[in-house]
Design a protein around this ligand. Sequence first.
Ligand code: SAH
Length: 254
Amino acid sequence: MRVKPKKHLGQHFLNDPNIASKIINSLTYANYLKVLEIGPGMGVLTEFLLQKNIETFVSEIDTESIEYLLIHYPQLKNHIVGDFLKLDIPSLFNQSLAIIGNFPYNISSQIIFKILENKSLIPEMVGMFQKEVAERIVAAKGNKIYGILSVLTQAYYKTEYLFTVHEHVFIPPPKVKSAVIRLTRYRDTIEGIDNNLFIRIVKAGFNQRRKTLRNALKSLAIPEYLSNHNYLSLRAEQLSVDDFIKLTEMWRQK
Ligand code: SAH
């Protein structure tokens, strides 16, 4: 029995054990005792993960895949959880865990936002995304694709583009190329600023990325004393992560 790929679940099964092993070997296995794989499918990555000396959990939404996994990897019993987007991570895991996976591409951004929401428990992530999303996450200021995902991720994690993966190693092949990236947390909070305000400023700024920040941030009620600041005559994509942090810092001071 093999799992029949279902499009609406973003199922593209990796068919190359060398790439699977390379992905699993891209985690450092330092600073955490557990790993959660998102979307194991038929377990091409899981098989290598289970050879590592680390407690492994998998999050899978497809009942056919779960059946397959339990037959082939009986040691996963009691280690399978459901829909990643619905998991209450702090109540399932009271200790740090790493996240890994060849992710379902239809929910890539939601996976990143969920990791960011739970960053205090997640020191590291290695994941395969569609190449374009991977590039957005690691993009620097001045790049056309630099945006919300880049700034919010890089504010807390070092981001590394590890390698590109071609369509033909998947069944069925996706329409786009893929890429594996690694996130390594260097802080879980930015000291001295309101982290929620920081997130709101970044989102509002890029949601109207063609406008200057003076216009894009209007809905956040820009403090009067900031109204002539140079940052506000720029567009969001012209600010570095540190610039956004400085802007948030100034916003607070009365
Ligand atoms: N890791 C496997 C499968 C990748 S395809 C491989 O490399 O071959 C993506 C997988 O994510 C599918 O198995 C799909 O069922 C699963 N998936 C889709 N949405 C999910 C969700 N919300 N939570 C957990 N898994 C999900």
